[in-house]
Design a protein around this ligand. Sequence first.
Ligand SMILES: Cc1cc2nc3c(=O)[nH]c(=O)nc-3n(C[C@H](O)[C@H](O)[C@H](O)COP(=O)(O)OP(=O)(O)OC[C@H]3O[C@@H](n4cnc5c(N)ncnc54)[C@H](O)[C@@H]3O)c2cc1C
Length: 422
Amino acid sequence: MSGEEHTSSYYAATRTDQTTYPPLHGEEETEVCIVGGGFTGVACALTLAERGHRVTLLEQHRISWGASGRNGGQLIHGLGGAEQLGRFLSEDKIWALHYRGNDIIKGRIEKYQINCDLKAGFIEVAFKQSQMDGLVEDYEEHREWDLDEHLRLVGRDELKSLLGTDAYIGGMINDLDGHLHPLNLCAGEARAATGLGASIHEQTEVIDIVHGSKVRVVTQQGAVIADKVLLAGNAYHHLEPKKLSGLVFPAGSFIIATEPLSEDVTDRINPADLAVCDLNNVLDYYRLSADKRMLFGGRCNYSGRVPTSIEDSMVPRMLQIYPELEGKKIDYAWGGNIGIVINRVPCMGRISDNIFYSIGYSGHGVAPTHVAAEVITNAMEGDAEVLQAYEKVSHFRIPFGQWFGNQIVALGMLYYRMLDKL
Ligand SMILES: Cc1cc2nc3c(=O)[nH]c(=O)nc-3n(C[C@H](O)[C@H](O)[C@H](O)COP(=O)(O)OP(=O)(O)OC[C@H]3O[C@@H](n4cnc5c(N)ncnc54)[C@H](O)[C@@H]3O)c2cc1C
């Protein structure tokens, strides 16, 4: 059985690295086997390779085929579940992790010369006062950690000149966050990992995991024998159902890319080239691409179904904010699966001493996957302090989750959508 190629997105069309990796035939021995070639898997492969470990990564389709090659490209600091983790980790440890993902990514872009259109500048925007109050609170917290020089609260008037819309009452700019071309980043990290000796096999689906002091990772046409394994399939994950089913649910998020916009339009709607994300529970996010298209994304549904026309369901959302984009040609429309966890804390832990997993970033994963990769690597090397904190967070597991999970998530989102409207 051969896997799929990349979905037809703006990112796949502007991919700079066309490298492909051969499927696995036969058996391979390694120290760490990683299942899943998105940011979690690839970032972990690179971290391990940088530290001198032997790694084999198996991806059922192409590197970055899943959410990592399809997302909004918004580089946003933070960790899911900082509050819950606060019960098990000191505040300074948590704050050290908050920007760790950004630092790892920026460091790698520079070190490995990864051309992925990195731009500084992200703004969170508020529709209502309660959301604005949350931003002020966040600003104050950053001040306690001497990071406030990177933030700026903006009111309605300035926001209008920054984003060319009066949809919002205010916002907060963060110059440590920003945006990038995620597929090119992931491909660049994969290339860097193989440059350091990691072995990657694409079009290689893992169909079983046989536990033991040496784990046997079974594929259609072979197997990898490893001392340790990381499961990094996120919303596409289906292995180890006894331990992991009912924890993470796939929810569709969808993006449209317009034709390139003229300079006078981009000067009106986003002269500072910021990544934008609103604060609704069911949120929209958007930014300009390097070639000045509007990339507008949002969550269309939580039922696990793809809308009949992504374009028809996303264009009205974009026009609500930017009526002047009416009539602009939509060159690309695509979607991908986010791995939703009920309490929004990524599920990270161990199934046994030598089988690790990290899945479920609930739609905020570009930076957090890189933190997770480091946390897992540290734990594999014997420093499991942060991983243990994640393991202590209790997760809600929906019984018979594989059948009822998405219906329950869809109901939950209906509730949150109602809250957004209040
Ligand atoms: C449309 C969209 C927009 C988003 N926007 C943003 C954003 O702007 N900013 C942000 O921070 N986050 C965003 N996210 C979330 C972010 O993309 C994800 O959290 C992150 O990419 C997760 O990475 P991952 O490696 O864990 O999972 P994925 O990238 O989904 O990778 C998992 C991989 O595992 C493979 N796999 C699964 N099972 C097997 C198996 N049995 N054998 C072999 N391979 C297997 C899959 O094929 C897949 O390639 C968005 C997500 C989507 C879908």
